[in-house]
Design a protein around this ligand. Sequence first.
Ligand SMILES: *[C@@H]1O[C@H](CO)[C@@H](O)[C@H](O)[C@H]1NC(C)=O
Length: 291
Amino acid sequence: MDLRSLLISLLLFEAASAVSANAHRTYQHVDEATGRTLTCDRCPAGTHMRAHCTATRRTQCSPCAPHHFTQHWNYLPKCLYCSAFCGENQVVVRECSPLHNRECACKPGYYLRADFCVKHTECPPGFGVSLPGTAERNTQCERCPHRSYSATTSSRDTCTPHTNCTAHGLQLLLRGSKKRNNLCASCEDLQHRGALMILKQILPDFFAHQKKKMTKLAQFVRHLLPVDKEVAHLCHKQLLSHISEWIQDAGQDRLRCLPAMLRASRLHRVACKLERMIMTVEMSGDCINSH
Ligand SMILES: *[C@@H]1O[C@H](CO)[C@@H](O)[C@H](O)[C@H]1NC(C)=O
């Protein structure tokens, strides 16, 4: 719909609603035949005035034509056109009827900003949804409070409290962060699988959450994959999924090589972090220390 027709229908609308607010169901009309001022009935909503009343005949009303409406008692010569058309990312919440214009709202996952439906903001890892978005309001994110985390980029997920390992009779292997839960394990699990293989399950997320240059990441993935694989054209997500697959298949010895491989791709900061994590999990757990 163009702006001018929107304005015109708005003005007509305003006029119509202002009059109806007075609850007047009549109007004054000068009869052409006699020159006398007559009090005519208005036409009810859903109809319009086809002919003014005369000294001998009441106002004549006609139903609105298809795609037209009147919402109030009126004496409009024509019903108003259903001028609202739902645009991009909108849905019809009320279809055009003789009694009202079509009404649109933003589709789920979108909200109205400056006449456009815009996608709800997704809270990044480390942030949770504090107030979900609606058709009128954007998502509100909060930095995860102490001892809670959010690992996802989401417009729905809130921050989740870290699992209390000891309350579950488990060992705390690695303290959580705003982006990661506490890593817990049972003594049996530690003895059977080893700390590194337990750490392995959180490594894909760890890689996803590191800020790193695409070129370095691509170089790193080239180190992981067979030489004939081409990685230059891969996007961030695809590179990360290669890393996840590699981790999935890796045993302890290969996992232990990861920091060195990261250094070879000049991902020094990530290498240090990973080394520290490996050291922490391998030293933690009372059941290990008692052996
Ligand atoms: C974890 O649970 C234990 C036992 O239920 C409790 O003593 C401890 O305070 C809890 N720790 C945290 C960080 O909530």
